[in-house]
Design a protein around this ligand. Structure first.
Ligand code: PLP
Length: 358
């Protein structure tokens, strides 16, 4: 029998979430961010589901290749830019736009052999200090790109926020101010907003928004779930019980015996572990659903298995469905328990998990 561990991707939820984003930013084009295999939901699947997006954002040229091979014809933006001169002919061939964030990329473009034109987005470091030109160099970088025969169309200045998930954090206001100063007078559109800025910073919407997590129904705003913003989870991670054991009071569960049974009790064993991408850091008490009933994992998560408190689910038996996250159990709750964010969990699902669409 096949391992019962599966990830179901909810195509309607992806479309619903795109519509929610459009409703919040009605005057912006949407660049659907599908990097990291569509945040673990499947690159081609997500791009097909989101055919209504205006463009797609990826982090790797190989992802752009996959999208073109799948027949995706919308503009694609390489969010972190290209790495080496040999990438330039590939960008041209695939008709992929690139972010330009560093003087070394300007030089590579200036020295490139003539070929099909490329569209460039100009990344400004407004205070996150990860990628981007310093504000005082932005005009010069813009002028150098504009002067290139091989660069066509609008050069769109873009920015990335460090703290937009905190709706009262003044760092975002400061980044907005620095961006406005650095780009004032440059004609054409702008792109600033990630998901949290789409949800909480309307002044940052501009001409192009770049949501990722929100498309998948996830929130990174502490203490919230996607549902709080009208979003629907796009993934259900599920498995089944493969054993139910009756353990005596005082019995210790799993590796290192970290959890001790306070009474005689039924313990379920589910066919999922960190080898499937479920976080090993999830502690006892992390919620799971068995037969649709809320209960908790107990003991340490192991590679292929986890153990579950079945005291509240007396009818549970071998074969009972177990939901790790999904519409009835927000992935944000699991992430919070495991000390991470929801994005990391969906990105971590491994290849042995069977994917399907619903
Ligand atoms: N834009 C850029 C440049 C990014 O790196 C990312 C992801 O980190 C996004 C947009 C999307 O962010 P989020 O998934 O929080 O919407």
């Amino acid at each position: 029998m096949a391992r019962p561990t599966s990830a179901t991707i909810h195509i309607d939820a992806l479309r619903h979430n795109l519509a929610q984003i459009r409703a919040r930013a009605p005057n912006s084009g949407v660049i659907a961010v599908v990097k990291a295999d569509g945040y673990g939901h499947g690159l081609e699947r997500v791009a097909r589901a989101l055919s209504g997006a205006d463009a797609f954002g990826v982090a790797a040229l190989s992802d752009a290749e996959r999208l073109r091979a799948a027949g995706i014809s919308q503009p694609i933006l390489l969010l972190s830019g290209f790495d080496e001169a040999a990438d330039i002919p590939r960008l041209r061939q695939l008709q992929v736009d690139t972010a330009v964030h560093h003087v070394s990329q300007l030089e590579m473009l200036e020295q490139a052999e003539p070929g099909e034109p490329i569209r460039c987005w100009l990344k400004v470091d407004t205070g996150m200090h990860r990628l981007g030109f310093p504000p005082e160099f932005v005009r010069q970088a813009h002028a150098r790109l504009s002067a290139l025969a091989g660069v066509v169309g609008e050069i769109v200045p873009m920015n990335h926020f460090a703290s937009s998930d905190e709706f009262d954090n003044p760092q975002t206001l400061e980044q907005l101010r620095v961006f406005a100063d650095a780009t004032s007078g440059l004609h054409g559109g702008r792109s600033l907003a990630n998901s949290a800025a789409v949800l909480g910073w309307p002044d940052a919407h501009a001409q192009w928004v770049r949501p990722g997590g929100a498309l998948y129904g996830m929130s990174v705003v502490a203490g919230t779930t996607g549902a709080d913003f009208g979003l629907r989870p796009a993934m259900t991670l599920a498995t089944r019980l493969i054993a139910v054991n009756h353990v005596k009071k005082g019995g210790r569960i799993g590796y290192a015996g970290t959890w001790e049974c306070p009474e005689d009790m039924p313990v379920g064993v589910a066919a999922i572990g960190y080898g499937d991408g479920y976080p090993r850091a999830a502690p006892a008490g992390t919620p799971v659903l068995v037969d649709g009933v809320g209960t908790q994992l107990i003991g340490r998560v192991s590679m292929d298995l986890m153990t579950i408190d079945l005291r509240g689910v007396p009818a549970a038996k071998v074969g009972s469905p177990v939901v790790l996250w999904g519409p009835e159990l927000p992935v944000e709750r699991i992430a919070e328990a495991a000390g991470t964010i929801a994005y990391e969990l969906t990105c971590s699902i491994t290849r042995r998990v069977r994917f399907s669409e619903a």
